[in-house]
Design a protein around this ligand. Sequence first.
Ligand code: ZN
Length: 290
Amino acid sequence: MTSPTDRIPLDARAGTSPRWPAYVTASLACHAGAAGVAIVAPQAWPWALGAVAANHAVLAAGGLLPRSRWLGSNWTRLPAAAAARREVALTIDDGPDPEVTPAVLDLLDRRGARATFFCIAERARPHAALCREIVARGHSVQNHSDRHAHTFSLLGPKAIARELAAAQETFAAITGEPPRFFRAPAGLRNPFLAPVLQRFGLQLVSWTRRGFDTVQRDAATVLVRLVRGLGAGDILLAHDGHAARGADGVAVVVSMLPALLDRIDALGLVAVTLPEAARLEVAATSATAS
Ligand SMILES: [Zn+2]
């Protein structure tokens, strides 16, 4: 049976990961080999078990390291062509937030900068107008899961597919265009994610640098973390949802964004959305929607 999400036309360029990442294929071979050893040479079973345990440790580490590529394709930087154009990507997670997101949009507008908002579908549904405003003001809304469950990296393949499908359908319905990019909650994942991403034509994106602005209340500290070594092709992570507040009660992203945009300008960089960096076509439906 085909779900509505299967029928969404997706661009193969966004889903460049193999059906199973090489390390996952090797892991399956490791398990099969260990089972074979246990059958053919029962006395060697502790070695076989040790190999499987070591393999699981590496798989777990791959899922716990947000920037690793052991579990499949994962953008930690923009493609080389985007870097050559001196592009950088601001990615803003966990919204939309009815108070913080509009302030972020105003700051971006003032500077002509564009950003990608990795939104949580559960938050987008009651704030659909705000989601549409993000897109109308030249930015991009992408998939940051349906519920942002802290157990996301423990889900099996069917539950992962349900999370992604619900979010794809929500964002396609709200903005007129299904997302092409996915960021895992807290960046944590497991080996089941890559084939699901490929099914939906989604490219996994992590980041080059993050400011930890959900816990760090000092905007200057967050800014230093984001601009240290800033250069073309970087993907920066900040938060409009779950945002820490400074002593003045203002969300850290709002306090530090003007200085971050100053630095981007000073370095001759241009802040673009992820679809722009990937040169993905914008669907005619969204371009002509009234
Ligand atoms: Zn998040």
